[in-house]
Design a protein around this ligand. Structure first.
Ligand code: CDP
Ligand code: MG
Length: 714
């Protein structure tokens, strides 16, 4: 065999040949897979339609190849020539990352070169990037700096059917940018309310560079912007109407039949029912992976634990079941696990949030278990309270979930509720913009130069009351003036920070209270989920460890203690070591202290990025030292809208106009102490209203730091 001979003669060359061979095989496999996708036969037609139409709607079932293929077709057809970028927005960070990786692989390029992704706190793109996957929120932020989105020749708004707030705002913005661009290509400066001269953030007086951007945009003749809206829901009408009767193209899907099973009775404990179903499938059904839809990280973790425990009790040969979690805050490396095939003879059971409904396509699924629930935001416009609640899915969601079982062959879908319940479900989900706090959206729009929020051309208008309530909140935070304009400098600074308005306000105030160091850590730690972790077999130790960090005044300082504990450890052990070594040491420290190392790493990354932001804004980072009172006062001044007071019965009542009754979540260090007056960061509604991340404050501070609000109350 010639290959063997050459291997003996020249080890090096043959090793190279082998890698080349396997590379070629892989490329061939990828090419074949690409060609077999339903969208492949529509390539020519799609490219033509994009040429002909400035706005196009592309509808196709999940998995037909829209997200991964269409940008590649357009690149091949020359849409990214001349240094232009094809931008693809995703509502979810995970989707932006996984898809970019996949497409880079399909193109045979290194991620970050021709194909890259950019999400908040993580940008892998470069000047070479021609296809850029990003979150819709990120593109909105880019529009602040470049109102014409001049680098883009095409913008694909993907997963538009999800109708997240950011998608809806982006659609509105794109409508305006399109107008700007078509006017600019005629050399006519725009006269729109998105006039870049109105753009507050661009009004960065210190940098000539930003000023020149406007110049460049105005003088350059930009080609019209191509807008493509992609959706997995068959109803393209709403998008078509919004874009003045834009054309819709349907991609023929390929879906195998999926049998549906319902329970006879409503389930009292859907997690238990899901577990029973998982093992029933595992024991009785043919090979094929299982996908279970759960509502969040905690639920997923507990189901995973139960599966592992149960497997331990089974005989060796029955243990071939591998639980794999996927949810938004799971670190990327872990998320990638769901795409890896299980070892031979092992059945994967993927425990997912509704992230797996349409955003990511996982091959190999034959069985879907759908308890029919989803965690969703709700907003009470009267009280101004936004909370996360578990609600029933819509019919459209149930159909999408079922579809996940029929991608590679016929499948089965187990709905953990009776058939009669299905018939009662609403047809489709209410767009998020109609059930969330709008403060963030308003801040963004104002920064983009849109002053008339009520008059803004939303695809679905939020209620007037919701807008007014959110405006009121921004006013109370000092972000807007009496004339509803973005205030200078607070409002402008708040819009500049990629954070929730209240967190941005906390950083700005911390600058005044001389506790910016502490607040930066707090905001970073609040931006990640679950810092502490408590393995079942080591509950005592993990509790003791958590206690060692806890601060008597509350959870915020406790989080700071954890963050600083890690830094101190690194400093003491070996101050100057390589990044790799640092990571390893950090992981060890986390393990010893029952801290989730991935969450902490994420928090450290976020910390350094926000730190850069505030430094660019000219803030100097000072610490309040040992005395935490200024820090707690600063918390009161920033989160006064989330202040609560103890009632005689030991529960709490929110002091804001909402006056809702709340309870301290058992995870808080103040759970037992129950101080008289507190501020909190999060309200979670399960069977009762739980508040999380809490700090004790002095009620007098509230009058001192927010007299306009608390004077009104009395
Ligand atoms: O966007 P759409 O749901 O129409 O499909 P897609 O995300 O472009 O996926 C097309 C194909 O690529 C599917 O068969 C996926 O299994 C595959 N894919 C993959 O293998 N890995 C990814 N990270 C994303 C997609
Ligand atoms: Mg897709």
């Amino acid at each position: 065999m010639p290959a063997m001979v050459s291997e003996l003669q020249n080890g090096h060359r043959s090793a190279d040949n082998r890698t080349e061979d396997s590379y070629a095989v892989k490329r061939m496999q990828i090419e074949q897979q690409r060609r077999s996708l339903p969208i492949a036969s529509a390539e020519k037609r799609l490219v033509e339609e994009v040429r002909k139409n400035d706005t196009l709607i592309v509808v196709g079932e999940t998995g037909s190849g829209k997200t991964t293929q269409l940008p590649q077709y357009l690149m091949k057809a020359g849409f990214s020539d001349g240094g232009k970028v094809i931008g693809v927005t995703q509502p979810r960070r995970v989707a932006a990352v996984t898809v970019a990786k996949r497409v880079a692989e399909e193109c045979g390029v290194e991620l970050g070169k021709k194909v890259g992704y950019s999400i908040r706190f993580d940008d892998t793109t470069s000047n070479l990037t021609r296809i850029k996957y990003m979150t819709d929120g990120l593109l909105l932020r880019e529009a602040l700096l470049d109102p014409y989105l001049s680098r883009y020749s095409v913008i694909i708004v993907d997963e538009a059917h999800e109708r997240t707030v950011q998608t809806d705002v982006l659609l509105g913005l794109l409508k305006h940018v399109k107008l700007l661009r078509s006017k600019s290509s005629n050399g006519v400066p725009n006269a729109n309310n998105l006039d870049p001269k109105n753009n507050f953030l661009l009004g960065n007086k210190n940098t000539a560079e930003d000023g020149s951007l406007i110049q460049r945009c105005n003088s350059a003749k930009l080609s019209p912007l191509k807008i493509i809206i992609m959706s997995a829901s068959l109803d393209a009408r709403v998008f078509s109407e919004y874009f003045g009767g834009a054309k819709a193209v349907h991609i023929q899907g390929r879906q195998y039949p999926v049998d549906i099973y319902y329970t006879l009775q409503p389930e009292t404990d859907y997690l238990d029912a899901a577990l029973i179903t998982i093992f029933q499938i595992h024991f009785k059904e043919y090979a094929g992976d299982i996908l279970v839809f759960l509502t969040g990280q905690e639920e997923i973790e507990s189901v995973e634990r139960f599966i592992r425990e149960k497997l331990q009790q089974l005989p060796e040969e029955s243990r071939k079941l591998l639980p794999v979690p996927i949810y938004a805050s799971l670190p990327y490396e872990k998320q990638m696990q769901v795409f890896k095939p299980a070892p031979n003879g092992v059945r994967k059971v993927i425990l997912a949030t509704n992230i797996a409904e349409t955003s990511v396509t996982i091959p190999g699924i034959k069985y879907v278990i759908d308890p029919g629930l989803v965690k969703a935001k709700t907003y009470n416009a009267k009280t101004g309270v936004e909370s996360l609640v578990i609600v029933q899915t819509s019919k459209a969601q149930a159909l999408q979930r079922r579809g996940r079982a029929g991608r590679d062959g016929p499948g089965k879908c187990y709905r953990l509720y009776p058939e009669i319940e299905f018939l009662k479900l609403p047809d489709s989900t209410v767009p998020e913009i109609k059930r969330c706090n709008l403060a963030n959206v308003i801040l963004q729009l104002k920064a983009l130069g849109v002053d008339d929020i009520i008059g803004f051309d939303f695809i679905d208008k939020p209620s007037r009351m919701a807008i007014v309530k959110s405006l009121e909140q921004l006013y109370l935070l000092g972000a807007i003036t009496d004339e509803y304009k973005l205030s200078d400098p607070v409002g402008i600074q708040m819009a500049r920070l990629p954070l929730d308005p209240m967190y941005s306000k906390a950083l700005i105030l911390a600058n005044e209270f001389n506790c910016l160091e502490e607040m930066l850590i707090t905001v970073a730690m609040l931006s990640v989920e679950s810092i502490f972790y408590a393995p079942r077999d080591k509950l005592q130790e993990s509790r003791a460890s958590a206690k060692s960090f806890s601060d008597p005044e509350g959870d915020h300082v406790t989080l700071i203690n954890v963050f600083r504990g890690a830094i101190d450890y690194l400093r003491k052990s070996e101050p100057e070591s390589s990044e790799q070594k640092t990571e390893k040491k950090l992981r060890k420290w986390c393990k010893d202290n029952f801290i989730d190392s991935r969450s902490l790493k994420h928090a450290r990354d976020i910390h350094s990025q926000i730190q850069r932001h505030v430094q660019q804004m000219g803030f100097s980072i000072s610490s309040c030292g040992e005395d935490m009172i200024p820090f707690r006062k600063c918390l009161a001044a920033s989160f006064f809208l989330n202040a609560a007071e103890k009632q005689p019965d030991g529960t709490y009542r929110a002091l804001s106009s909402s006056q809702v009754n709340v309870q301290i979540h058992p995870s808080s260090v103040l759970f037992r102490k129950r101080p008289d007056c507190i501020i909190f960061n999060e309200l979670v509604r399960t069977n009762s209203n739980y508040i999380r991340t809490i700090t004790r404050i002095d009620p007098m501070w509230l009058i001192e730091v927010a007299p306009q609000y608390f004077a009104l109350q009395s």
